[in-house]
Design a protein around this ligand. Structure first.
Ligand SMILES: [Zn+2]
Length: 401
């Protein structure tokens, strides 16, 4: 009690000491008056002044605080706006990406459907070897997403796209398996005909071996596409080469007469008697016997050649050409598209010929080969060839050159 109250009393004493009664003398026109200012009145004035000062300070402070607060609020609003703008930007970016991904998926889907239609028509793709059990439902959903195109942290729409992409990848794998199986079949048939499948693919990729492969490689963003998609392109190319080669194989009878099966190879020349290479097979028969294209193709020559007499040549693509010689007449002109078995000429004895017969040659990349292996192709090879012809024929009638 003592120290606090003494302190307070001390301050009151000091405060009171500031205010003492004052008397001010004022002389006006010889009159002297005096003004008395009491200590109490001084204190009152001082207190009122202090109160006014305090009030002013309080108001100023309030205004200041208020300003601070609104500034704060404004900053907060601005912050919120900035955040909203940023979020919008993010969404816009994402939306762009979704559009991009969707467009890519769409393009791929079209390409896959085109391939399936071109190479398999309405034929059902074989079920995938693995996970055959849930092939009906979402076997694809079980397939882990291989592509890095979609961030798994993206919103639901992107996740939906990722699932579609995974399913597409699975479909692409199935198509790949089907294409590989078919390419293998065609490859073995080609090999049975005595042709080298590897050389055929090599020649086709280098642009040799015939002009007629309409298969188009996709340029541009192929790298961004799935792995099986890229493999699919390679497999389709191989299949295309083998199947087109099979179709081009001249296995059809060039005339419905018996061939002199021993006529290919070295023999004595009927004119000089000296040993000479006979590069074709001879088919003796009556003059005018219809001469038939041994495979589908385009007539590339009609006219005379030294020694051969009247000649028709048919280009079958894939570097395969057939030559029909000693003809008595023509039933086709250069540029004609002919089917297997279509009449192109008539049998005769023009050129270096001892009697009416057909001289039939098969040339592979310009080199004569024995036609017998094609004419005597086994049923299993012909079956594969027939499948290939149906597909390639469908492709050709769809507008391929
Ligand atoms: Zn001959």
């Amino acid at each position: 009690m003592s120290s606090q109250s003494t302190g307070l009393r001390h301050w009151r004493q000091r405060f009171n000491a500031l205010f003492q009664d004052h008397e001010i003398f004022i002389r006006t026109h010889g009159h002297v008056r005096f003004l008395r200012i009491s200590a109490v009145w001084q204190k009152r004035v001082a207190l009122i002044a202090g109160a006014v000062l305090l009030a002013w300070a309080a108001i100023t402070l309030a205004v200041f605080v208020n300003q601070l607060l609104t500034a704060d609020e404004r900053a907060e609003v601005a912050q919120k706006q900035a955040a909203a703008a940023a979020a919008e930007q993010r969404i816009a970016r994402y939306r762009d990406r979704v559009g991009e991904i969707a467009a890519d998926l769409d393009e791929r889907q079209k390409q896959l459907e085109q391939w399936q239609q071109d190479y398999f028509g309405n034929e059902a793709l074989p079920a995938p070897a693995k996970a055959a059990g849930d092939a009906k439902g979402d076997g694809a959903a079980a397939t882990p997403l291989k592509t890095s195109a979609i961030d798994p942290r993206l919103p639901p729409e992107a996740q939906a796209l990722a699932r579609i992409e995974a399913r597409q990848e699975a479909f692409s794998s199935r198509l790949l398996a089907a294409v590989n199986a078919r390419a293998a079949k065609a490859e073995s048939a080609v090999a049975k005909l005595g042709l080298d499948p590897r050389a055929l693919v090599r020649d086709a990729s280098s642009g040799r071996g015939g002009p007629l492969i309409p298969f188009q490689r996709r340029g541009g963003n192929a790298g961004a596409l799935g792995t099986s998609f890229a493999a699919l392109e390679g497999a389709l190319f191989r299949m295309e080469v083998f199947e087109r080669t099979l179709v081009a194989i001249p296995s059809g009878q060039p005339a419905h007469v018996l061939m002199l099966s021993s006529s290919y190879g070295y023999r004595s020349d009927p004119f000089t008697g000296a040993g000479a290479m006979h590069a074709g097979l001879d088919f003796p028969g009556p003059i005018g016997t219809p001469i038939l294209a041994a495979a589908p193709g385009r007539v590339s020559f009609v006219g005379q050649k030294s020694g051969y007499g009247n000649v028709v040549e048919v280009d079958h693509g894939q570097g395969i050409l057939t030559r029909y010689a000693h003809l008595s007449g023509f039933n086709a002109k250069v540029g004609d598209r002919v089917t297997a078995g279509q009449q192109i000429a008539r049998m005769g004895s023009t050129g270096r010929s001892t009697g009416s017969h057909l001289h039939f040659e098969v040339r592979l990349n310009g080199v004569a080969v024995n036609p017998r292996r094609f004419l005597e192709a086994k049923a299993d090879v012909l079956e594969v060839k027939d499948d290939a012809r149906q597909r390639v024929g469908a492709l050709a009638s769809a507008g391929a050159r």
